[in-house]
Design a protein around this ligand. Sequence first.
Ligand SMILES: [Zn+2]
Length: 257
Amino acid sequence: MLFDTHVHMNARQFIEDRDEVIKRAFDTGVHYMVVVGFDRETIPLAIEIAEQYETIYAAVGWHPVDAIDMTDDDLAWIEELSSHPKVVAIGEMGLDYHWDKSPKDVQKEVFRKQIQLAKKVNMPIIIHNREATEDIIQILEEEDAKEVGGIMHCYNDSVQYVQQCLDMNFYISLGGPVTFKNAPLPKEVAAEVPMDRLLVETDAPFLAPHPNRGKRNEPAYVKLVAEKIAEIRGISFEEISENTTKNAFTLFGLDVK
Ligand SMILES: [Zn+2]
């Protein structure tokens, strides 16, 4: 049983065949997933998909690339949706310094507001981080995000920051890049993260793992991620599978179905 902790089944890439893709995941042993909404279009769809499937959950938040578009009404809307029975986390949120659509100060402000909201509704946070690890850690510390904890989604920085994340009650989630031949960092992280803080994800439709790199990603491929981590740690696939699923249940506060 695997739990894909970060998937965008609400993306336009799945409009044609969403139900088939989800069925393929279930058939591969990926029984659980969190569909992550990140703007006005993808948030309602994440909830709609979660309502359709008993073992699919939703997260609601605002993406840092589009931080400049978020209004106070959007924030109030996210707060309202957080009480939906299938919503298990606030996010994705964070900082993305790769794209410059939203200025850094706007991204930081929107990030802080969402952390405060997550603390208010007492839900874990899902962090999107691109080229911004140090600023993210600083803001999480300043806003005392430790109170709710959460996920460093698709963690892609060096091992040196992992302990600070763990100290703030964050889990480290690894995705497709751990399988990439030219990506040493996530492999080092895969070897180092304590077993009780490790999660797996796809971030589908993005970041498909080897040997599907460059193609559309889908939740069934989280198996390839888990297999690679098992190989790196020298343990069985079952052990990775069981533990990462148990960790996801603990973090999201779910009961096993
Ligand atoms: Zn995402």
